[in-house]
Design a protein around this ligand. Sequence first.
Ligand SMILES: Cc1cc2nc3c(=O)[nH]c(=O)nc-3n(C[C@H](O)[C@H](O)[C@H](O)COP(=O)(O)OP(=O)(O)OC[C@H]3O[C@@H](n4cnc5c(N)ncnc54)[C@H](O)[C@@H]3O)c2cc1C
Ligand code: FES
Length: 366
Amino acid sequence: MGTILITVGTISSITGILAFLLSLANRTIANYGEVNITINDDKEYVVDGGDTLLSSLIENKIFIPSACGGKGSCGYCKVKVIEGGGPVLPTELGYLTDDDVKNNVRLSCQCKVKENIKIEIPEELFSVKEYDANVDYIKDVTPTIKHLRFKLPDDEEINFKPGQYIQLKAPKYKGNSEEVYRAYSIASSPFDTKHIELIIGYVPNGICTTYVHQFLNEKDNVVFNGPYGDFYYHDNDREMVMVGVGTGMAPILAILNYMKAENINRKATFYFGARHLEDLFFMDELENLQQELPNFRFIPCLSRATEEDGWDGEQGRVTDSLKKYLENGGNKEAYLCGSPRMIDSVVDILTNKGIPKDLIYYDKFE
Ligand SMILES: Cc1cc2nc3c(=O)[nH]c(=O)nc-3n(C[C@H](O)[C@H](O)[C@H](O)COP(=O)(O)OP(=O)(O)OC[C@H]3O[C@@H](n4cnc5c(N)ncnc54)[C@H](O)[C@@H]3O)c2cc1C
Ligand code: FES
């Protein structure tokens, strides 16, 4: 018994000493002091070393797309690191192409600023701003999806391309101890520069969607930054194939609203997927768009319609509707929004029907 107690005591002491040494090392070795971030050989910022590149940039009001909020799971936060930054980490490799690695492109949410660092970012990111807005309204459009409108302060406006997204900040709240940013596509027309509308689905236990669905109220203040994204309307005469599921309707709606405002009468078909009848929303708005844009056709499709739904429209997945209605060939381009799985299957169908990969634009919603 005595030997066991001595052994346990010795192990506990050694563990305690190691923990102490580790915390001491963290406090001393991990103190990198002030370091410089030089951007595009032009602008210089002094930051406290040790934080991620993404956080250090945000601290200086430079906003890099970071759709997963810095979790290392979206691959959106790529930045070219010319000098400093250390070796590429295993957590980055899954998101970097061979060309990225060759060109020193890094995930800014994984790369730490421990020494002076030189980076390159697209100039347009300097015009991304953070906005303090006010919630104009929040409406339930399905049992799990809300439609929100934010009003910008009188002296502010936002300019974006139809299809782009913003990043909404979820503050700390009861049950959530960290501030996070999440990406949401703008659903409203870019001609309304004083408001943005969003369509946000509920993800059980999701940090930001719990904030939006359970804590956010009309008249509350919200913080978001943007606009971001290379998924947006391309101005040409090609026929448009649009595919969205659930909240994936948001950026397509922005594109359609833009086309309506600009009187653009290209041939366009929107294949929209939902499960049950109660999951369909904005049906009147889409019906009106069909009236106003004579070459636009809306095809909603239910994958789990029940008899009580009395649904006489398309049944099955959006991919079934696409196979049924989309003709082969022709001069077409496509705009897709939804889960990665849906997008992958749709891309396969579209390429088989003759739409080149580089004319298929998409935003994958995780
Ligand atoms: C470019 C872009 C645009 C987007 N636009 C929209 C939009 O317009 N409307 C919208 O509602 N969402 C949109 N999203 C998704 C959105 O950014 C969030 O990922 C989503 O709202 C979940 O955030 P959360 O903080 O609530 O969940 P988190 O706290 O991030 O996640 C909680 C858990 O749920 C899982 N999870 C996350 N999302 C889903 C999901 N959709 N279904 C099932 N499990 C999930 C996570 O893996 C995690 O395990 C967009 C994403 C991207 C990349
Ligand atoms: S912010 Fe998503 S991977 Fe870096």
